[in-house]
Each structure stands twice: as C-alpha cells, then as structure tokens.
Design a protein around this ligand. Structure first.
Ligand code: SF4
Length: 284
C-alpha cells in the first residue's frame, strides 16, 4: 500500500460532516428499513433490502418495496404466521437482476427457520461471532450458510454469497453495517455485536474512491481489499471503522469521483488534498 497522507483522517471526517444523511437516505435502500420501529421487523426488512441491493438504487428500492409490501406491516410476524406457500405465490412473478421470487422465498423461509430456532438473526450472528472469538469471516460464513440453505442453486449462492470464497460480500457487510452500527439516523443498531469487527461493504463506487485515496492497491473489490480499506479506517476509529462508509459510498453514487482527474469535479472535491489522482496527473 502506498504511503498514507497524514491529512487523510481529518479529510475523511470532513467528508462525513459534509454528508447530509437525511437527504441521502431517500436514495438508499436503508431508507425502506428505517420506518419499521421494532428491531425484529428491521432485521427482516433489512435482510431483504441489503441482499437485493445490487444494481440501480431506483430499481432496488422498487423491488425491495414489492417484497416488503407482501410481508405487510410486520415482516417478522409475517415470517412466523404466513403460509410459506402464500409468500411463494405472491413472489411468483418477482424478478430482480438474476434473482427470482424462488430465491427470495427461500431466503425468507431460511430466515424464518433461523429466527424460530435461535430467537433472531441478531442472536444467531452473535452466537457465531462469540464461537469464533469475534473473527468475522467464519461467523459471517456460518450465518450465510444458514440463510442460503443446503444445496443452493447458482442464483441462491449469488444472493447469499459465501465469505470463504474471497469476494467482497458487499451486501452481507452492508446488512451488518445497518444492523450492528449504532442508530445514527442511517444505521440501525439492532444487533448486539461490536462495530469494531465490521468490514467496509466494498462496492465498485467505494473501491474506486479507496484506490484513488491509496487505501488499497488491489484491482478487484475482494474480501482482502475490504480488509485493507477497513484497516486504514481503523487507524482513525478503532471502535467503529466503517462509519466512514455511508459518506464515501454516497460520494461515489453521486458520481462525484472519476477514475482520472476531471478538473470540473476534482477542483471542488473535499478529498483532493489527499487524493492520488490529481497528483498523478500533475506528475504526467
Ligand atoms: S480529487 Fe477527484 S479523483 Fe480524487 S477523490 Fe476527489 S473527485 Fe475523486
């Protein structure tokens, strides 16, 4: 990894301060989860919203809303009381990217089983985390196994990825960020687990900015890259390293960060002092 700019921490803090969560939340799937008041509903609605968070935000929000409407005012009660066949029928024509209603129905059935057996998804995560001495990868892998179920189809394995395989597992980390980080107007503080164990949900937007800031030199948004980026964040906030993610992600979603210098964008960028891209352009 390249030498970090000593002004990086202060610059990240400035980015967080300049991000208005209330304005951004309407353009984020977590905005569909916050209206539920009860933690049990938030953990179920959040699971659906996070695992379908792939593609354009507008389409994600539309398709997540369709599943949540089917679950009614209490998604947790719906998992307990609704006939799984009725849920499957309601999702018969559902499609989001490569996933159909069959995968979403299976996810909901597996989540219902996990909640019935262990009390909540949060309790299931906590038990696995403690069993593995707070090691995130094996704990999350076992949670994902339970949510994916045995002998998954290819689409099901994509919907609930396996952290052991080395991909960034962005949607699983997004779910954990929402559930584990304290309620700050964006994240929800539902699970009883320390935010210090979390990894940044590394999607293409955050990965590109992370490369521009020299937080990682890895070319792909992998689990290892997520660990590198989180290790840098941990220097500035060991207890809550992924609190920088929401601001960085929305900076990327707003398409404010190009892969090469663009004076019309970079000139006014809050991070230009620590970004390697304008410097590289000057060297050329
Ligand atoms: S200076 Fe330009 S390339 Fe660097 S973070 Fe800002 S917008 Fe992105």
């Amino acid at each position: 990894m390249a030498q970090l700019d000593p002004r990086l921490g202060e610059t990240l803090e400035r980015l967080v301060r300049s991000t208005d969560p209330r304005a951004r939340i309407e353009n984020d799937p977590v905005g569909l989860v916050r209206p539920y008041a009860r933690p049990e509903d938030r953990e179920v609605a959040g699971l659906v919203a996070a695992l379908l968070a792939f593609g354009s935000v507008q389409v994600i929000r539309r398709n997540v809303s369709r599943v949540l409407e089917l679950l009614g005012p209490s998604p947790a009660e719906a998992l307990e009381s609704k006939d799984p066949r009725a849920l499957s029928r309601g999702l018969r024509t559902f499609r989001h990217r490569v996933w159909t209603g069959a995968e979403v129905s299976r996810l909901l059935r597996n989540a219902a089983r996990l909640r019935a057996e262990e009390g909540s998804i949060g309790a299931a995560f906590k038990a696995r985390l403690e069993r593995h001495d707070l090691a995130l990868q094996p704990a999350l892998a076992e949670l994902a196994d339970a949510l994916r179920g045995p002998a998954p189809t290819r689409a099901m394995a994509h919907l609930v990825p396996d952290p052991r395989a080395g991909s960034a597992c962005k949607r699983l980390h997004l779910y954990l960020r929402w559930m584990v980080r304290p309620d700050d107007g964006v994240d929800l503080g539902v699970f009883d687990a320390p935010p210090s164990v979390l990894l940044v949900p590394l999607d293409t937007h955050v990965h590109r900015i992370a490369k521009n800031l020299a937080l990682t030199s890895r070319e792909t948004a992998s689990w290892a890259a997520a660990e590198e980026v989180t290790a840098v964040f941990r220097r500035f906030d060991p207890e809550d390293p992924v609190r920088f993610d929401f601001a960085l992600c929305h900076f990327g979603i707003a398409r404010q960060c190009p892969s090469r210098v663009d004076e019309s964008i970079c000139g006014a960028c809050v991070m230009k002092r620590v970004c390697t891209i304008p410097r590289a352009a000057r060297v050329r």
